[in-house]
Design a protein around this ligand. Structure first.
Ligand code: DX5
Ligand code: ZN
Length: 230
């Protein structure tokens, strides 16, 4: 078991996405995190399936597509055919979450569910056994470069407990928002195994090196968390 780094291209130069992907892949990125925003569920508007399709042509790592949109059911197929390898949907907008999760899986894509900071872990109770991963938002979605909400750390622990109780030990926890060298150790110790980072990677002069550093910090934290006596 290791920790995966998923650089968020939201903070990259949108006129040079191919170069951004190449840089973080050179730095050891495990996934490419793609933030899809519709101006309804979140205030910002970003990208859609055509951009995912173009990214798929250049990326050598799986595309982790985070749907921050009001009506994900309508677009799941389009993102899957565009090349998404992982699709995550927010529980806040889905009254038929079970159907949505299975629809994603039926397309051969890994299915994740996302919790906003104010959404209780309890919302996962009935779906915990069905998901491939859970994404814990550690900022309110919509923008890169925000500050990590400290309570997210205990939330990750609670999600881990819930997944294990549901017998879903393989499901990974992803954390997204304000992740940087200062909080990597805490979130990994809490159980996060996929770390999204936008500003901490693309806000630096050397995204490849920033990816490498973050990955090294995460692996170190994982080794420490697994050490005897901890
Ligand atoms: C926020 C997005 C994040 C964002 C993270 O709405 O879901 O993926 O890009 O960016 P940082 O790491 O800058 O908080
Ligand atoms: Zn995201």
């Amino acid at each position: 078991m290791s920790v995966q780094i998923a650089p968020s291209i939201l903070s990259a130069d949108f006129a040079a996405l191919g170069q951004a992907v190449a840089a973080v892949e050179a730095g050891g990125a495990d996934l490419i995190h793609v933030d899809v925003m519709d101006g309804h569920f979140v205030p910002n508007i970003t990208i859609g399936p055509p951009v995912v399709k173009s990214l798929k042509r250049v990326a050598t790592r799986p595309l982790d597509v985070h749907l921050m949109i009001a009506d994900p059911d309508r677009y799941i197929e389009a993102f899957a055919s565009a090349g998404a390898d992982m699709l995550s949907v927010h529980v806040e907008v889905l009254p038929h979450l079970h159907r949505t999760v299975h629809a994603i899986k039926a397309l051969g894509v890994k299915a994740g569910v996302v919790l906003n900071p104010s959404t209780p872990v309890l919302m996962l109770e009935e779906i915990a056994g069905d998901v491939d991963f859970v994404l814990v938002m550690s900022v309110n979605p919509g923008f890169g470069g925000q500050t990590f909400i400290p309570r997210s750390e205990s939330k990750v622990r609670d999600v881990r407990t819930l997944l294990d109780r549901a017998g879903n030990r393989e499901a990974l926890i992803e954390i997204d928002g304000g992740i940087d060298a200062g909080n990597v150790a805490r979130v990994v110790a809490a159980g996060a195994r996929i770390l999204v980072a936008g500003n901490a990677i693309f806000g630096t002069a050397d995204p490849a090196n920033a990816t490498r550093q973050l990955k090294a910090n995460a692996e170190q934290a994982l080794a420490a968390a697994a050490a005897p006596g901890r």
